[in-house]
Ligand binder design. Sequence first.
Ligand code: G3P
Ligand code: MG
Length: 282
Amino acid sequence: MRSFFDRFPSAGYVCAHRGARSIAPENTHMALDIARQCGADLWEIDVQLSADGELIVFHDGTLERTTDIATHPKFSERHPWKLTEFTYDELKKLDAGSWFLNSDPFGTITSGEVLADDFSLIKRQKIPLLHNVLSECRQYDFPVNIEIKDQTGTPADERIVRQVVHLIEATETVHLVLLSSFNHRYLRQVKQIDPTLKTAALVEKKHPEDLQNYLAELGVAAYHPDSQITDSQLIRQVTSSGVRVNLWTVNDLIKAQYFMAAGATFICTDWPQRMVGFGHSA
Ligand code: G3P
Ligand code: MG
């Protein structure tokens, strides 16, 4: 039976962070489709639970930055618009694309890298369901790194891991998914529910003490530290123990090549359209 890393036998693959988020609204079907079409090797997406228990692809804890929630008078009382307090029926009505045209977060509207012909498609983007993204993975045999956002302190905390695992099993995408989280308790839960699923430990500010033993005890297949706290020595040390190292968020081509040469299996980038061709596929 195929396993996630079978399709990544060497170092140097390109992961589209929240899709091709420099040229399309992040975590939307459009950003994912563009990333795949431009040659990215996999996607990274963020997952949370809606108030009515649907698995939603969305990064922030609140809806303000990447939707038009602030323009809906009927939702004005519910500021600061926490995603976990909205049902999927409410979320699916929101425009998850126009903010990208209005705020031009990567300067690609101004530069012309986003074609005017695509503006109407951008405006039609909605918040995706994880179910639909996994169906797309299955359809295109395309792998995905699903980051389970930390839901500590919300009712979702108890349920999110079980639901994600069950959905992956139901859509027959176990071999296409790498599950990661900053909440390492979630990674232990994943392994308890389905030991065949591959997991990755996300770390931001500081490497855990006694790193190799820590990762072995967690049972993860991969380590995902912030690239800013990582160098080639760390990558070699971890990979020599049989654990993959994948880095985020790497937007500089020279740095990407440095990490790939040191043995990083993939780098997560906001600019997959610029990175493909310089990594494994070069
Ligand atoms: O999975 C890597 C990266 O996505 C973690 O940070 O905040 O972009 O989800 P963030
Ligand atoms: Mg993420």
